[in-house]
Every structure is written in structure tokens, then in C-alpha cells.
Design a protein around this ligand. Structure first.
Ligand code: ADP
Ligand code: MG
Length: 328
């Protein structure tokens, strides 16, 4: 199991940003309405994610930290239509194998209840003791890669690592505008995003993260056909390219990078006169969970569509129609 944990750690835990992504996804899967992320030194020194979700029951605490223990699927069949963000059960185990991890959790509304679990590196069995915590879970990851110096050497400057964290945060925040999200770095609040519902919440969140100018200059997409729905905004860059890419595509709430999607987008832009221009977009595709396989790679954001042709053509025609309205 030691070797297995190391391999898993290599795959899932690349840098502080990957830890933040996994912990926040867990918080989202737990149904949290508020998630607070705190970092020190770009996350190399400390990453803390606090949520108000379901919490973890006492009997499941040890299990939560062991490899391939997930509460989210019961059988391989469930993999077919996985709805939660996590399902491999390796993020917590992999993280605790390469850090000093402390977890507090409480499943009850009694704030005097709760449990604390500590794990440190691969050698130590998690220790569980009673500790008060409000309903929900707090995970603290200290000294990432303290026991794997080779990996620690690969960490870049604080600024670079925090930049990666912020990008991971942006993706998660765009995916779930209904969840309140707070990001702090070295005790300074970098983002404080209230949760909001429906169209209004989505617009507000996008304006906060992409800039008002993006929304004002983008075309609205809202299409549904043959079990597929595409919503969001497409446009052209409003400012110089020092910004991150500003290309966000979500499938059932999960950010993805996909060649088929990229191709459909590029083709639509090309055919509506924006030849050679760099597209910017925030798009949300929803389809039946059975229609898409998310179990391709633990971190690479790849998916496989059951009916690739249908998805491609739907994307192309939806975007083509939206973009055509911007034609002078
Ligand atoms: P996965 O998310 O793939 O199931 P993880 O290693 O990320 O695997 O988490 C293991 C298990 O621990 C989860 O299945 C879940 O039951 C529990 N868990 C982890 N984080 C939280 C959290 N913030 N709130 C509630 N349960 C959690
Ligand atoms: Mg997880």
C-alpha cells in the first residue's frame, strides 16, 4: 500500500493547486453552501479548506483517508453515470501521504461534537480523537512534499504557485455560482464571492471573475435540443492577453479540456468571420450523465462523449447561431 499511495500521490498531487482542487471538490460533493480556502506561501506551507457540508461520520473517518475508499460510488456500474466530482477515493490518501494533514469534521448541528484526525506522511496511521467543530469539515494540509524532497524542488515561486491556485479557484467558482467561496492568501482576502442562484447568480459570478467587460461584449448562448443543453457566453477578448486564457467549458459542472469541444468552438468562430481571432467563452454543457464518461484520467480534465458526433454538431450549431448575431 505504501507504493500504491506514492503512485497515487504522484498522479493527483502535483502542486498546491491540485490539493486545493481536490479539497474544494470534496466540499462541493458534501453539499456545502460556503467554502473557505486559506493559503500561506502559495500553499506550500499551508492549505486549509473549511466547509459547511455534510461532514464525515466517525466510523468513516479512517476510511476517508485510505486509498480507494470513496463513499460516492458503490459499484463499478455507478461509474457509468457518476454525478459527484470525486469517485476514485484517492485524493485524501494521496495528499496525506505527502504532507501533514489534519482534518476536523462534524455531521451534527451540535458544535461541541466532532472529531479530529491527524495523518503525517506514509508511515503514520491516522489518529482520531474527539474535537469540537461546527457542522462540516475542515482539512489543513501543511508542508506539502515535506517527505518527498524531489517533488518539493519542483514547486515554483510563491507567486507562481498561488497563480495556479487562483486559476483552479476560478474554474471551481465558475462551475458553482450557487456556492459562497472565499480565497485568502497570507491573511489577505483575494476573492470573496457570495453564492447566488439562477441566471442572476451566474451573471454576477462571471462578472466577478471574468470582468464586467467580458459580459457586456459577449453573446448569450442558451440552446437545448436532443437531450443536450448549452448555456453561457461567447465573445472576443476585451483586453490584452496577459489574462489567463479565458476559455472555460464545463460539462455537468466539471471543467474540461477536450479536443472535440475545442474543434467545434474553433470551427464556429472561423465560420462566422472571426478568422484568426482568439475566442473567449464560459460555456456550460449539460447532458445525461450516462452520455459522458468522466473516468478517463484523474486530473487531465478529459471526457469521452458517448455520441461525439451529436455533441460536436450541437455545439457547433449553437455557437454559430450565437456568434452570427455579432456580425456587423
Ligand atoms: P473521493 O472524493 O474520490 O471519494 P477523496 O479521497 O477525495 O475521494 O475523499 C474520500 C472520502 O472522504 C469521500 O468519498 C467522502 O466520503 C469523504 N470526504 C472527503 N472530504 C469530505 C468533505 N469535505 N465533506 C464530507 N466528506 C468528505
Ligand atoms: Mg475527492
Amino acid at each position: 500500500p505504501r507504493l500504491a499511495n506514492q503512485i497515487a500521490a504522484g498522479e493527483v498531487v502535483e502542486r498546491p493547486a491540485s490539493v486545493v482542487k481536490e479539497l474544494v471538490e470534496n466540499a462541493i460533493d458534501a453539499g456545502s453552501s460556503r467554502i473557505e480556502i486559506e493559503l500561506e506561501s502559495g500553499g506550500a506551507k499551508l492549505i486549509r479548506v473549511r466547509d459547511n457540508g455534510s461532514g464525515i461520520a466517525h466510523d468513516d473517518l479512517g476510511l476517508a483517508l485510505s486509498r480507494h475508499a470513496t463513499s460516492k460510488i458503490d459499484s463499478l456500474d455507478d461509474l457509468e453515470g457518476v454525478a459527484s466530482l470525486g469517485f476514485r477515493g484517492e485524493a485524501l490518501a494521496a495528499t496525506s501521504a505527502v504532507s501533514r494533514l489534519e482534518l476536523y469534521s462534524n455531521i451534527s448541528d451540535e458544535p461541541a461534537d466532532g472529531w479530529r484526525v491527524v495523518a503525517e506522511g506514509r508511515e503514520m496511521q491516522p489518529r482520531i480523537s474527539p474535537a469540537p467543530h461546527p457542522r462540516g469539515t475542515t482539512v489543513t494540509v501543511r508542508d506539502l512534499f515535506f517527505n518527498t524532497p524531489a517533488r518539493r524542488k519542483f514547486l515554483r515561486t510563491e507567486k507562481t504557485e498561488f497563480g495556479h491556485v487562483e486559476e483552479a479557484f476560478r474554474r471551481l467558482a465558475l462551475a458553482r455560482h450557487d456556492v459562497e467561496l472565499i480565497l485568502r492568501h497570507n491573511r489577505k482576502t483575494v476573492h470573496q464571492l457570495p453564492g447566488g442562484n439562477h441566471q442572476e447568480g451566474m451573471e454576477k459570478r462571471i462578472a466577478q471573475l471574468m470582468g464586467r467587460a467580458f459580459l457586456d461584449n459577449a453573446m448569450r448562448v442558451d440552446m437545448a435540443a436532443t437531450g443536450l443543453a448549452l448555456r453561457g457566453w461567447v465573445g472576443l477578448p476585451t483586453h490584452t492577453r496577459s489574462q489567463p486564457d479565458q476559455q472555460y467549458f464545463f460539462v455537468n459542472g466539471r471543467v474540461i479540456r477536450d479536443r472535440l469541444v475545442a474543434h467545434a468552438v474553433r470551427q464556429a468562430y472561423r465560420d462566422v468571420l472571426f478568422h484568426g481571432r482568439h475566442p473567449v467563452f464560459v460555456l456550460y454543457l449539460e447532458l445525461d450523465a450516462q452520455g459522458v464518461d468522466v473516468n478517463v484520467h484523474p486530473t487531465k480534465h478529459e471526457v469521452r462523449f458517448r455520441d461525439a458526433r451529436l455533441v460536436h454538431d450541437f455545439l457547433y450549431s449553437s455557437l454559430h447561431r450565437a456568434l452570427a448575431e455579432t456580425r456587423p
